[in-house]
Write a protein of this length. Structure first.
Length: 121
């Protein structure tokens, strides 16, 4: 599991940094459940050919989320690349994506398909 902490450290160049983190939180949603939620919504809102990759646990000052990468792969072209990410709140299970997020992923997927088919011609 990868953990990303957002924010600015502001450390000068060539300095020593020691990070000790202790977090106590209730995690009601596992990485597996987050992937399953996003996979279901992808099929409903964007279409086929998309699947999720291994989520990353992301912490900010407001919440902890699973950041779930969304990948495009097609049977004839293979894995074409990542089209976006969707975050899922680890406590509530809320999927933090709006219509703009789904639309941007769909557009990115279309661009990847066009680029891949141009390369194979």
């Amino acid at each position: 599991m990868n953990i990303t902490v957002s924010g600015s450290a502001g450390a000068p160049h060539a300095s020593q940094i020691d990070v000790h983190v202790h977090i106590s939180a209730t995690m009601n949603v596992t990485a597996f459940v987050a992937r399953r939620k996003v996979n279901g919504l992808l099929l409903d809102r964007v279409g086929t050919g998309l699947y999720t990759d291994e989520p990353e646990l992301v912490m900010s000052d407001q919440r902890m989320c699973w950041r779930v990468p969304v990948i495009l792969a097609l049977p004839t072209l293979g894995r074409l690349g990542q089209v976006g990410t969707v975050e899922v709140d680890v406590q509530s299970g809320e999927v933090l994506a709006d219509e703009i997020t789904w639309q941007e992923m769909s557009e990115h997927a279309e661009r990847l398909v066009v680029g891949a088919t141009l390369q194979t011609e």
